[in-house]
Design a protein around this ligand. Structure first.
Ligand code: FRU
Length: 466
């Protein structure tokens, strides 16, 4: 879906005129990419939580599909079809998602896991609850049990689920099944409380040994985890027998303001996240929509560190060497800046008479500043950086530094040697000037435009994309 309305993201997934949050059910089916997402088809606020659905051949041009799941009038998902995942089995797409219901009299929340399937990839039939509260071990909350991420290994289905011990904090539970209907509890991955109030949307990427978690109210560590909700990755090994996970390295998934609830595709180590944050003012509502998903990112692990590389079906339109100053125009598309022996780097993006966004290397740390980016975005965070519109990311001095910037109407996603920093922006419509000031041994600057059609299949001919 490349939206032709002027003030809409051009190639990032959005929910038409509605609200969207987490990506759900990311799957490759019959050679096409399917993405679902938490969706309110009736308004720009969270509510009526359904599953929106888009498909793509190249992960850049997305086509809107009919809504896949809506809450039932009665029953386990009557108050929302919450987050979940998809798997292909017996030629069908199976969706495992959280049914959310609230008892009106007692205001008690119950969350259980429900199943739906589709033979044509468009219409889904619900099969009801498959992981009910009775499969929660004793001492865990029935109201905080959600977001199943399913995968298949050794002839079994496995899923990780977010949970909370009564009176405690976030946990991740592992379940297994032979047939998607009959599930059993395997283990609590860490067997103790995490440091955050609640974990959401856990994901395990078996081929990389990477577990990702989305965390509410995690205490900040320096300039990390300043957002009200954050996401972390851990790399290690999952003991499928015992249901335990041990990790050797860990880190933050994204250093920007707006990145939450990432999920990877079943079938490929490619991740998409919600490009927003709970508790923020949402200037997008002014444009009649609310919510964007991140650009798809190919994941790898290098020296124990999680690396992300954006996948964009784009065509190079300009390339130059630069040392000193460069002026250009850039709004929608991608920049690739490859630098040898970087000494100084200052980039001004989305500049107009009133607005600009700054990304700069300062005292050995990347500093992103959206204080002058356009419409102010406020949130519940009260620390100095958040109030000043600042986010920071560490810089690891290397002989060659690779910087890739993906820009769309209302967002910028910056990748430096596989580390990411993503944020929303609401600048003036004409804010498209760019200024780069750089001191280095050598630098090649390339600008890419989004390809006009989706003929290029990114997964198959990845070398054509950057
Ligand atoms: C994460 C989340 C999930 C939940 C969904 C509801 O952003 O809170 O835990 O399933 O959103 O829309």
């Amino acid at each position: 879906m490349v939206n032709d309305r002027a003030l809409r993201p051009k190639f990032h997934i959005t929910g038409g005129n509605g609200w969207i949050n987490d990506p759900n059910g990311l799957i490759i089916h019959n050679g096409r990419y399917h993405a679902f997402f938490q969706y309110n088809p009736h308004g720009t606020e969270w509510g009526n939580i359904s599953w929106g659905h888009v498909v793509s051949d190249d992960l850049t041009h997305w086509k809107q599909m009919p809504v896949a799941l809506v809450p039932s009038t009665d029953g386990a998902d009557k108050d929302g079809c919450f987050s979940g995942s998809a798997i292909e089995w017996n030629g069908k797409i199976w969706l495992l998602y959280t049914g959310h219901s609230v008892d009106k009299e007692t205001e008690t929340v119950t969350q259980v896991q429900c199943l739906a399937s589709s033979s044509d990839g468009t219409e889904f039939t619900k099969h009801g609850v498959v992981i009910g509260s009775e499969l929660l071990p004793q001492g865990y909350c029935r109201g905080d049990f959600r977001d199943p991420k399913v995968w298949r290994k050794n002839d079994k289905f496995w899923c990780v689920l977010a949970a909370r011990a009564v009176g405690g904090k976030g946990r991740v539970l592992l379940y297994s099944s032979k047939d998607m209907f009959d599930w059993r509890f395997v283990g609590d991955l860490f067997g103790r409380d995490s440091d955050c109030d609640m974990i959401e949307c856990p994901d395990y990427i078996d081929e990389l040994g990477v577990l990702t978690v989305s965390e509410m109210s995690r205490p900040p560590e320096g300039y990390l985890h300043l957002n009200s909700c954050t996401t972390r990755w851990m790399q290690g090994s999952l003991d499928y027998e015992k249901g335990k996970f041990e990790y050797r390295s860990s880190g933050i998934c994204d250093h920007g303001f707006d990145f939450y609830a990432p999920q990877s595709f079943n079938g490929a180590p490619i991740l998409i996240a919600w490009l927003n944050m709970w508790g923020r003012s949402d200037p997008a509502k002014r444009y009649g929509f609310n919510g964007t998903l991140s650009v798809p990112r190919e994941l790898s692990v290098v020296n124990g560190e999680l690396c992300q590389r954006p996948i964009v079906n784009a065509r190079k339109v300009y390339e130059t060497t630069v040392n000193g100053k460069l002026e250009d125009k850039f709004k929608t598309g991608m920049l690739a800046i490859s630098v040898e022996e970087l000494r100084k780097f200052k980039l001004i993006l989305r500049k107009s008479a009133q607005n600009h966004t700054r990304f700069e290397l300062k005292d050995g740390v990347w500093v992103f500043d959206r204080s002058m980016s356009g419409e102010q975005i406020t949130g519940s965070e009260k620390d100095a950086d958040s109030v000043a519109g600042i986010r920071r990311m560490p810089y690891f001095d290397k002989k060659i530094t690779d910087i890739v910037i993906v820009g769309d109407e209302f967002s910028v996603e910056i990748f430096v040697d596989g580390k990411a920093l993503s944020s929303l922006l609401y600048p003036d419509h004409d804010a498209d000037a760019l200024e780069l000031e750089i001191d280095c041994a050598a630098c090649v600057y390339s600008r890419y435009e989004i390809a006009e059609d989706d003929r290029l299949k990114t997964l198959i001919r990845r070398e054509d994309c950057i």
